[in-house]
Ligand binder design. Structure first.
Ligand SMILES: Cc1cc2nc3c(=O)[nH]c(=O)nc-3n(C[C@H](O)[C@H](O)[C@H](O)COP(=O)(O)OP(=O)(O)OC[C@H]3O[C@@H](n4cnc5c(N)ncnc54)[C@H](O)[C@@H]3O)c2cc1C
Length: 303
């Protein structure tokens, strides 16, 4: 934020009215506006309506980078820029706790730090960086977004959960809730990450669940611990016969985590499993998967 103020010479205490909120420049930049990754449409407006710079259509830069490469004339011009910035979008996180197990006054989330490169410079995502740097006790605003479909079935049904990476979050909640309910249905978790030593999220908790029987099966894949990359879908293939049997028995199956590449690869593998263990053609296997969706027995929460 300080960088933006220095680059533009704007008074940080100046009150500005944007489409959603009226506040000081400091507050707007700190809390309300999307300054780290403005939309392409915002950059287009910045170029054509306000500054007159020629900026290639595909360009997406953080506001500080934009101001460095395509400067505003003065603080007054930057006031206009502030008015076209869109609001900071909320980030969604799956709840990874369960009231029955962790109490009604706690909500846990499982956040992975988003790191990426912009022209060889390492950057971090706004929200995940925020969580990783704030001390215990920091207060922040949040809201709850209800999920209509991604829910546990009745306690007697078996549940298969595929949760690579932070995809484990809702399943930590599911398993804890089923444990608290002493559910008679069985629970099976597939978890995947890069390295066993550093990335096995909730390892001891899951091992305890395995011991107590709250988890009937736990299959893990650590992709970078050996030469050959091994992912959750490979573990599913190894257990294909059992997995198909659970589904034939009425199990509910869920996947959570990154959409690409996991979710697509898992669906491909499921079709292969149905072909092999259900003795089905490609078309029949796809139909079987579709039928699971129709019955609410194949639910996805991917991002
Ligand atoms: C339903 C749902 C559930 C989710 N559950 C979880 C969960 O349980 N745990 C979890 O960790 N996450 C979860 N997510 C993802 C989470 O909401 C955030 O998207 C994630 O934490 C990244 O947010 P961020 O603010 O850290 O990154 P952002 O700042 O939003 O950046 C996101 C991406 O934008 C790009 N980017 C940003 N700035 C620039 C730039 N200047 N130049 C180039 N590229 C840029 C990068 O590709 C970066 O990876 C979930 C998402 C959804 C929709």
């Amino acid at each position: 934020m300080q960088e933006i103020i220095t680059l533009t010479g704007i008074d940080p205490e100046l009150e500005i009215q944007t489409s959603k909120v009226t506040s000081s420049v400091r507050e707007l930049l700190q809390k309300h506006l999307n300054i780290l990754y403005p939309l392409k449409s915002t950059i287009k407006q910045y170029a054509t309506i306000i500054t007159g710079h020629e900026i290639a259509e595909q360009t997406r830069l953080s506001l500080p980078d934009l101001l460095k490469q395509f400067p505003v004339k003065d603080a007054k011009m930057f006031e206009e820029v502030i008015k076209i910035l869109t609001a900071q979008a909320p980030r969604l996180y799956s709840v990874s706790s369960a009231p029955g197990s962790h109490g009604v006054n706690e909500i846990h989330i499982t956040v992975s730090k988003d790191e990426f490169y912009v022209e060889d410079e390492k950057r971090t995502g706004v929200s995940s960086e925020y969580f990783s740097t704030k001390p215990v006790g920091t207060e922040f605003e949040f809201f709850i977004q209800k999920q209509k479909h991604f829910r546990l079935p009745t306690e007697d049904k078996d549940v298969i959960m595929i949760g690579p990476g932070t995809g484990i979050a809702p399943f930590r909640s599911f398993i804890a809730e089923r444990d608290a309910q002493a559910a008679s249905g069985r629970n099976w978790l597939f978890f995947g990450e890069q390295h066993f030593v550093t990335d096995f999220l909730y390892q001891t908790e899951l091992q305890d669940y395995l011991q107590t029987g709250a988890l009937a099966n736990l299959d893990v894949a650590f992709s970078r611990d050996q030469k050959e990359k091994v992912y959750v879908q490979h573990r599913m293939k190894e257990k294909g016969a059992e997995l198909y049997e659970w589904l034939q028995n009425g199990a509910y199956m869920y996947i959570s985590g990154k959409r690409e590449p996991t979710s697509k690869d898992v669906e491909k593998m499921l079709v292969d499993i149905f072909k092999e263990h259900g003795n089905k053609s490609e078309e029949e296997a796809e139909k079987y998967l579709h039928q699971l969706v129709e019955e609410g027995r194949w639910e996805k929460d991917v991002y």
